[in-house]
Ligand binder design. Structure first.
Ligand code: PLP
Length: 394
């Protein structure tokens, strides 16, 4: 069937293809260690699961408002106030089925032929995929190892043109774990004053996963851009709830109703018991979040130390999220070929850097959402493989 041309341009997320191949190999009896997928390996905390069960028993079986239940919108505003000290009106909060939905809506709102949208490279692959789907031109913001994978303000400001419609930022970032420094955000926001026609989408889904005492520098903290800032956040990573499909966004007044209409025209509302569970997540004890982040920190140290101990690999210490992005360019392998060989030959699933953008060549992504024991086994396999195959050009 012939469909619209936009489908010739839509992309996807290769991490899911890696997962499928890893599962296939595991089903064939291979011992696979999965460092490929971007989701916490922890269960959703019990009190959150219980809240969903209770909601079902209490009869929350019907549609809710398209924007989300009012209690949850208020809960999100209260949580943002508690964490970031910002005032957010619950009327600007939209409950959505997963963080991805906010980027989908925002890119649909600003992407059209003739327009430009800036996105991080390497970055979450859906940004570029959706930009191209809309017909807009994707303009990469280089995410450099030399900047510890944070955004440099001038790399953004220097590329703004009269055609720029939207700038997408993501800190802490996928796939690098890099955190954009606050002085760079300050400089960026100052510079944006000269470009009032440009909207900003800040993807802060890893905002509570920070290490070494780093504080989350949310774009919400800059009142001068609030009238053109879209915040993307959600429960998937913070509360280990990827399968629940829950997220939220904060929209400026004049965009909110457009986002609501996209909701009404597509999914109607987020599943009702999941929304009650989301409220329990925000209002209940935060110890499970802190414990999970502490465990990620232990693994992060092990991953970085282990990778740096492998000949021809170096690894910048990530400041957030649960990814390491080692530089493998001295191994003689191309990144995707190395990721494929590690999976096929030694059973370690990772994702090649180019799956996150052209600037990802020379790197692979390891997600340390796996046990310390498995991480250590995987690192031993990678080291062993490269010691035998380092000079092979992939
Ligand atoms: N934004 C980033 C940077 C991500 O890495 C992900 C998921 O991997 C998402 C958004 C999407 O999150 P969700 O699963 O809630 O749609």
């Amino acid at each position: 069937m012939k469909t619209v041309a936009a489908f010739d341009r839509i992309g996807e997320e290769n991490a899911f293809a890696v997962l499928a191949r890893a599962n296939q190999l595991a089903d064939e009896g291979r011992d696979i260690i999965n460092l490929g997928i971007g989701q916490p390996d922890f269960p959703t905390p019990d009190h959150i699961v219980e809240a969903a069960v209770r909601a079902l028993r209490d009869g929350h079986h019907g549609y809710t408002a398209a924007t989300g239940i009012p209690q949850l919108r208020q809960g999100v505003a209260a949580d943002l106030h508690r964490r970031l000290g910002v005032e957010v009106n619950p009327d600007n909060v939209l409950i959505v089925p997963g963080g991805k939905v906010t980027m989908f809506m925002a890119i649909l709102m600003f992407g059209e032929v003739g327009g430009q949208i800036m996105y991080p490279d390497p970055g979450f692959p859906i940004y570029k995929s959706m930009i191209e789907f809309t017909g807009a031109s994707p303009v990469p913001i280089p995410i450099r190892e030399a900047n510890e994978f944070g955004v440099a303000a001038e790399d953004v400001l220097d590329q703004i043109t009269s055609a720029t419609r939207l700038i997408i930022l993501n800190s802490p970032g996928n796939p690098t774990g890099g955190v954009t420094r606050k002085d760079q955000i300050d400089q960026l926001v100052d510079g944006l004053e000269a470009f009032p026609h440009v909207a900003i989408l800040s993807d802060e889904i890893y905002g509570q996963m920070l290490f070494d005492g780093l504080q989350h520098a949310s774009l919400l903290n800059y009142p001068q851009i609030r009238n053109r800032l879209i915040l993307l956040d959600g429960w998937s990573k913070t509360y280990a709830m990827t399968g629940w499909r829950l997220g939220y966004s904060v929209w400026p007044d004049d965009l909110y109703d457009k986002a609501r209409k996209l909701a009404v025209n597509s999914y109607s509302c987020v599943n009702a018991p999941a929304q009650w569970a989301a409220l329990a997540a925000l209002e209940g004890p935060q110890t499970p979040v802190h414990d999970m982040v502490a465990e990620f920190d232990r693994r992060r140290r092990a991953v970085v130390a282990g990778l740096c101990g492998i000949e021809n690999i170096s690894c910048t210490t990530p400041g957030g999220a649960f990814y390491a992005f080692p530089n493998i360019s001295n191994t003689g392998w191309k990144a995707k070929a190395l990721a494929a060989a590690l999976l096929e030959e030694v059973g370690v699933a990772t994702v090649g850097g180019p799956d996150f953008g052209d600037m990802g060549e020379g790197f692979i992504r390891l997600s340390y959402a796996n046990s310390l024991e498995n991480i250590e086994r995987a690192l031993a396999r990678i080291g062993d493989f490269l010691s035998k195959r380092s000079s092979t050009s992939g």
